[in-house]
Design a protein around this ligand. Structure first.
Ligand SMILES: NC(=O)c1ccc[n+]([C@@H]2O[C@H](COP(=O)([O-])OP(=O)(O)OC[C@H]3O[C@@H](n4cnc5c(N)ncnc54)[C@H](OP(=O)(O)O)[C@@H]3O)[C@@H](O)[C@H]2O)c1
Length: 278
């Protein structure tokens, strides 16, 4: 049966489409505006907006399983439409925030948890992917890197930064096998790496020196707000960044357990994204 990939233009969604096509699957790629999608030959595209339930019936017609982005607005409409369409399995890109002990105080965790709970209560099976920090967050440094500078608060904050293709490979494996129903999977890259170390790797891969300039939390919060983040999110992200200068990062074996391959390193990510920093 057809596998629907929502957010097929997104970093992870695009990689899920590629992984499913490589696995020989029948894929339908969705975006709020399908005319803007760039997908491999043979992949059908459809416009679907999780906040506009009337767009979902056509997207879900004949679909057996779905890769879903977390979108609080519209999740009830999605569940209803997916149940009506006979969907059997949904793999959700959620967040590691929902698995943390402090999740009850976290706005980010609450937003993701609400979607997780709606899927758990649905009649179809669900698998929750709970990654920590993405390696793609480094794309936010592009403007500074053009000037030879990586600007960040808490440069010694460490995370098990994960390559989007590892998240996608896990999602694709589970979608193809129909496995891990009912599971919540904490995903990470292979090792803890600080922002300062990421900058050093990028400098080597790009072949030019990069200076790290530490932003105050206030400067970093202003940048995040300028990117359109909801106002309650920057303080929480900055608290987590400060905390991870002191506490060990979560690194798991889930990518290897599910895909049989070691997760990609940050260096591999930087090599794959060299053109993004040109
Ligand atoms: N960054 C991190 O460190 C981190 C850590 C843990 C979890 N996460 C999770 O990962 C997500 C980001 O993943 P990413 O980097 O792949 O994101 P991305 O590149 O920004 O893509 C987001 C996708 O969501 C789709 N989307 C947005 N609103 C939608 C709607 N109303 N209906 C249907 N689709 C909609 C967009 O589709 P169109 O624009 O094509 O319509 C887009 O393709 C976060 O939102 C968070 O839930 C991130």
């Amino acid at each position: 049966m057809t596998i629907l990939v929502t957010g097929a233009r997104g970093n992870v969604g695009h990689a899920v489409v590629d992984a499913l096509v490589s696995a020989g699957q029948d894929v339908r790629a969705a975006s709020r505006d399908a005319t803007t999608l760039d997908v491999p030959d043979g992949v059908a595209t459809v416009s679907a907006d999780l906040e506009r339930p009337e767009t979902l019936d056509a997207a879900l017609d004949g679909v057996g399983s779905v890769f879903l982005y977390t979108q609080r607005q519209g999740i009830d409409g999605f569940v209803k439409a997916a149940e009506a369409a006979g969907v059997r399995h949904v793999v959700l890109l959620s967040s590691g925030a929902t698995l943390e002990p402090r999740s009850a105080q976290s706005r980010i965790a609450q937003l993701h948890r609400a979607v997780e709970e709606a899927l758990i209560a649905a009649s179809f099976g669900e698998t929750l992917l709970n990654p920590g920090a993405f390696a793609t967050n480094a794309l936010g440094w592009r403007a500074g890197i053009a000037d030879g500078v990586v600007r960040t608060a808490y440069p010694d904050s460490r995370s098990g930064a994960i390559h989007e293709r590892d998240i996608a490979d896990v999602a694709a494996r589970i979608l193809v096998d129909g496995s891990h129903v009912g599971a919540a999977l904490p995903l990470s890259g292979p090792e803890p790496i600080s922002f300062r170390e990421q900058a050093a790797v990028l400098a080597e891969v790009l072949g030019r020196p990069l200076r790290v300039e530490e932003l105050t939390p206030e400067q970093a919060a202003a940048q995040m707000t300028a990117l359109g983040w909801p106002p309650e999110v920057p303080p929480e992200v900055l608290r987590a960044m400060e905390r991870t200068t002191r506490e060990p990062s979560v690194v798991t074996d889930v990518v290897r357990d599910v895909t049989g391959k070691a997760p990609r390193t940050f260096r591999q990510w930087a090599e794959d994204h060299r053109a993004d920093f040109a």
